[in-house]
Ligand binder design. Structure first.
Ligand code: AMP
Ligand code: GLY
Length: 432
């Protein structure tokens, strides 16, 4: 009988998980992949089960499926305790408990763990009242003001000087809030994501996100406009250093506190002249990093994520003989966003060109080209925009230049009114 696996979520990252799990059958057992709630795009290749997004509904719909494994994509249900609910029902879950998910949900908690574990990060002061935050900001100089808690990327203001910092405090402050004012670091950023089983971890190939909406890193922050996997400066030595100095001690500290971390631990790093420093942790795969990473996975994610879920990476040989293989080529993921993203993405624009990338069309989808749905829905049997980030186009090729060429050629076949696409994803790597 086929093993049933449920993916929770509805975005481009979850579409990539569904695709990787589905193609994993060539290395593993037969399986049925179900996505809750999924989307019209994901439904083209997996059964989707509608559900509203609160934890009660998600838990109920998932438990009814009686899957052998659940993979939770987004942070919100994790921070609200979905994994705990499923584990209590006896279902193995790839995704942290509510307590371990605090590493993303509370930046103050993340700093506390890092300090206890000796993990290199920016110096910080934490404030529970606005007046003392203002007073400190008034002489802080260049710094970063952050709101504690999940803020969907809108809770961080990078400040050039004390005046900006003072106003940033007022902008982010709300009743009952907690603010962090952090030393401002500089350097390229890198997402280092590790698959964790509570004790041990396996590094995924590192990826570089492009967070701003416009070319040249201009304009407002977004959820991420594109990713390169892996950039040239993500050397094996650097990844080993991050695993040793960041991931391992963080896992050990969470385990010591009785809240072991099972799932994807995402270290948002800045490569400063003084060495790599953690900017933030996420308790999940990144989006669009996951899309760029998973196209390179040349092993069955079902066996691997199942081993994480039951705390057996080592026992099942994934740290030695069964270490997962990754395609050595380079991938580029482009996010195609709706008009007016990120402030007020316009829904309902008709998406043209998807048929021209069908698997049977020359240059269409295949092992080295994925078209993944994020914010789309069907209207009169045609896909229209229904969210900020609409599609991800992912291409795999010999080097960054070739992967960019392939991804941009595919993206050029897609269009809708007001479509936004950065032209410089991975470009710095080609020019370096
Ligand atoms: P975060 O949500 O904490 O990752 O912050 C969002 C973005 O703000 C990061 O991707 C960085 O570009 C920037 N940022 C955060 N913390 C710092 C810092 N200490 N120094 C410089 N930039 C930062
Ligand atoms: N791409 C950044 C994130 O997933 O948080």
């Amino acid at each position: 009988m086929a093993t049933k696996v449920v993916v929770i979520g509805a975005g481009g990252r979850e579409h990539a998980l569904v695709r990787a799990l589905t193609r994993g059958v060539k290395w593993g057992d037969p399986r049925e992949v179900v996505c809750i709630p999924g989307s019209a795009g994901i439904a083209l290749e997996a059964r989707c089960v509608p559900s509203v997004s609160d934890v009660d509904s998600l838990a109920k719909a998932t438990i009814a499926e009686q899957p052998a494994l659940v993979v939770v994509g987004p942070e919100a249900p994790l921070a609200a305790g979905l994994a705990d609910r499923l584990r209590a029902a006896g279902i193995p879950v790839f995704g942290p408990s509510e307590k371990a998910a605090q590493i993303e949900a509370s930046k103050a908690f993340a700093k506390e763990i890092m300090q206890a574990a000796g993990v290199p990060t920016a110096r910080v002061r934490v404030f529970d009242d606005r007046e003392s935050a203002r007073t400190y900001a008034a002489t802080a100089g260049a710094c970063v003001v952050k709101l504690d808690g999940l803020a969907a990327g809108k809770g961080v203001i990078v400040c050039d000087d004390s005046t900006q910092a003072f106003f940033a405090v007022d902008e982010l402050w709300r009743a009952g809030a907690r603010l962090l004012i952090e030393e401002r670091l500089s350097g390229p950023e890198l997402s280092v994501i590790a698959l964790c089983d509570g004790t041990d971890a396996i590094a995924l190939p590192a990826a570089r996100d492009h967070k701003r909406i416009f070319d040249g890193d201009q304009g407002p922050n977004t959820g991420g406009m594109g990713a390169l996997c892996s950039p040239r400066d993500a050397t094996p030595e650097l990844i080993e250093q991050v695993m040793r100095e960041v991931i391992a001690p963080t896992l050990a500290e969470l385990k010591r506190r009785g809240t072991p971390f099972i799932g994807a631990l995402y270290a948002g790093m800045m490569l400063t002249p003084e060495g790599p420093r953690v900017l933030e942790f996420n308790c999940r795969l990144g989006d669009p990093e996951a899309q760029a990473i998973l196209i390179r996975l040349a092993a069955d994610p079902l066996a691997l994520l199942s081993a994480c879920a039951v705390g057996q990476l080592k026992a099942q040989g994934f740290l030695s003989t069964r270490r997962p293989a990754f395609d050595r080529r380079t991938s580029v993921a482009l996010v195609l966003a709706a008009a007016n993203y990120p402030s007020a993405p316009r829904p309902g624009d008709k998406i043209e060109g998807l048929d021209s990338l069908a698997p049977w069309v020359p240059g269409g989808q295949g092992e080295d080209l994925w078209i993944l749905h994020a914010g789309t829905r069907l209207e009169n049997e045609a896909f229209v925009t229904a969210g900020g980030r609409v599609l991800t186009v992912v291409a795999l090729a010999e080097d960054t230049k070739a992967a960019r060429a392939r991804a941009y050629a595919a993206a050029a076949r897609l269009r809708w009114t007001g479509m936004q696409l950065r032209q410089d994803i991975g470009l710095a790597d080609v020019q370096a």
